[in-house]
Design a protein around this ligand. Structure first.
Ligand SMILES: [Zn+2]
Length: 131
């Protein structure tokens, strides 16, 4: 799970990325859960900005609902419940970008095999983890 201070920063800047009740659609007052390391904070920030820009360019209100953002098979996956089709291109792009960003510190990384569990680390974080 991402550090809650970082989640709060994202939520403050991107209030539309609020977690929503799956049944009522009501906002829950906090950011959609980010099940990933702090190193992907900037990626998520950039992705949210791009999503906003698509809506701005179209001149329509942001209607994206993100169920969760998670690390799966060493890449960042954004699970959408709602949004316009263009958003998928953006989330796909960031899924690929995340494969080269250390999930722990945000430096340039690559996919590592941690005893059968794949994750993206830079050289230093990988070294710290396995030692
Ligand atoms: Zn690192």
């Amino acid at each position: 799970m991402m550090n809650s201070d970082l989640e709060d920063k994202l939520f403050e800047r991107f209030p539309w990325a609020e977690a929503k009740d799956p049944n009522t659609g009501e906002g829950l007052g906090y950011l959609t859960p980010c099940w990933c390391g702090d190193g992907w904070f900037q990626l998520i920030w950039n992705m949210f900005e791009e999503i906003e820009n698509v809506y701005k360019a179209k001149g329509i209100p942001i209607n994206v609902v993100i169920w969760e953002i998670k690390e799966k098979y060493a890449s960042m996956q954004t699970v959408l419940c709602k949004g316009i089709p263009e958003i998928i291109d953006i989330t796909d792009k960031y899924e690929k970008l995340s494969e080269e960003v250390c999930e722990s510190c945000g430096d340039k990384g690559s996919i590592r095999d941690m005893f059968g569990w794949l994750t993206v680390y830079c050289d230093q974080c990988f070294k710290n983890e396995i030692e």
